[in-house]
Design a protein around this ligand. Structure first.
Ligand code: PMP
Length: 401
């Protein structure tokens, strides 16, 4: 008897970036020399002080359930971080610790979004936003914020998409996949527009905060006045800034009522985030930030190198990202061309498959992020891989007729 599944399983797709990683591993297992430009996590080890804190926590038998919403030590470390780095003051009852930022966002949607409710998701988007909204039973409403505007948000188009059923507007700066950051002008415009629509909550995903280049400044929308702060959930975590992806610690900061509901939900879902991960996150957030700065410098070098390598490739249009760890490349100039194997490239997915099959280079199609005609390259990989991968990309483009 084939298994049947609940209706919600038909509402969403598995993460395409996770699948790309799996394809890379499968090809490698077959003995191919694969270059993986799909990786969504820093390739550094966790900082030494974090390792030490986790070892100590283990030796001290700190392996039991914690408070559902997080340990007081970590909640206070998050509060101190938000005050120090973002100029945002929160009480303990306004912070929740979850099993990664992904889990924090899902719990927030699940608490607030019901059948028929809408969540505005600017396009291109991180794959999980619309899928999490669908799992929660709501409807993602997409607003195009395209390459022609440098991937800045189109505030008028967002306002036009707001209805009485809108529960959330999702913001992500620095952005995955585009690398764009919200400018001060766009933030001010957003705050002014949102003041006219007080029923809309704001989910501000700031997970790439520390990965920014060329002097770009990160500012949270929650700093634009108490009115905005009172309906914003700032979401962040230690995955990207401290290379702690597998330790699964994220956090949210927002209205106490919302945090209380999310904690209530966590009592029935995860119970709490990992005790060892939380101990590591306290060490990460309370440390001096030399590690973060040193890693950002390495990422900046990689970004500059790749920008220079990609610039001259005919058919591609590429702008260097201000933040995150991705280039979002426009490959529309290559569509309609033919591969040496005789296949016509009709879409970004065709191009991505061609790179994978013929050049063993893994990138992710823009259509996975709602943006056909583009593809995403992650530069969270070694200099050697950047050299080899960019050479393969150049050869692949040159071979098209
Ligand atoms: N937000 C964005 C934009 C991301 O790219 C990711 C990781 N791919 C996350 C959130 C999730 O981070 P975490 O590991 O804390 O769940």
């Amino acid at each position: 008897m084939p298994l049947s599944f609940a209706p919600l399983m038909a509402r969403f797709k598995a993460s395409e970036s996770t699948e790309a990683g799996a394809r890379a591993r499968a090809l490698r297992a077959e003995g191919h020399h694969v270059v993986d430009f799909s990786i969504g996590e820093p390739d550094f080890p966790v900082p030494a002080n974090v390792k030490e804190a986790i070892k100590q926590a283990l030796d001290g038998d700190d392996t039991h359930y914690t408070n559902t919403g997080g340990t007081l030590e970590l909640i206070d470390a998050v509060r101190a971080k938000l005050l120090r780095e973002n100029g945002l003051e929160y009480g303990r009852d306004q912070i929740i610790i979850g099993s990664g930022a992904k889990s924090v966002m899902y719990h927030a949607f699940a608490c607030t979004v019901g059948e028929g409710d809408e969540v505005i998701v600017p396009v291109p988007y991180w794959i999980s936003y619309p899928n999490q909204v669908r799992i929660a039973g709501g409807t993602p409403v997409f607003v195009e914020c395209g390459a022609d505007g440098g991937f800045q948000l189109d505030v008028a188009a967002i306002e036009a998409a707001i209805t009485p059923r809108t529960r959330w507007l999702v913001l992500n700066s620095p952005n995955n996949p585009t690398g764009a950051m919200l400018s001060d002008a766009t933030l001010a415009e957003l705050a002014e527009m949102l003041a006219r629509h007080p029923h809309v909550l704001i989910m501000s995903d700031e997970i790439y905060e520390h990965l920014r280049y060329g002097g770009a400044v990160h500012r949270s929308i929650a700093t634009l006045g108490e009115g905005i702060k009172a309906r914003t959930l700032v979401v962040n975590g230690v995955s990207k800034s401290y290379a702690m992806t597998g330790l699964r610690i994220g956090y949210g900061a927002g209205p106490a009522e919302l945090v209380k509901a999310m904690v209530k939900l966590q009592t029935q879902t995860t119970s709490c985030a990992s005790s060892l991960g939380q101990a590591g996150a306290v060490a990460a957030l309370n440390a001096s930030h030399d590690d973060v700065a040193a890693r950002r410098a390495v990422m900046a070098q990689r970004r500059d190198y790749l920008a220079q390598r990609l610039a001259g490739i005919p058919g591609l249009s590429v702008r260097a990202p201000e933040g995150s760890m991705y280039f979002f490349c426009d490959c529309r100039g290559l569509l309609g061309k033919t591969t040496p194997q005789g296949a016509r490239l009709e879409s970004d997915l065709d191009f991505v498959r061609y790179l994978l099959d013929q050049y063993k280079l893994v990138v992710i199609q823009g259509s996975a992020y709602g943006c056909p005609g583009f593809f995403r390259i992650s530069f969270a990989t070694s200099q050697e891989n950047l050299e080899e991968g960019s050479a393969r990309l150049r050869d692949a483009c040159a071979a098209l007729g």
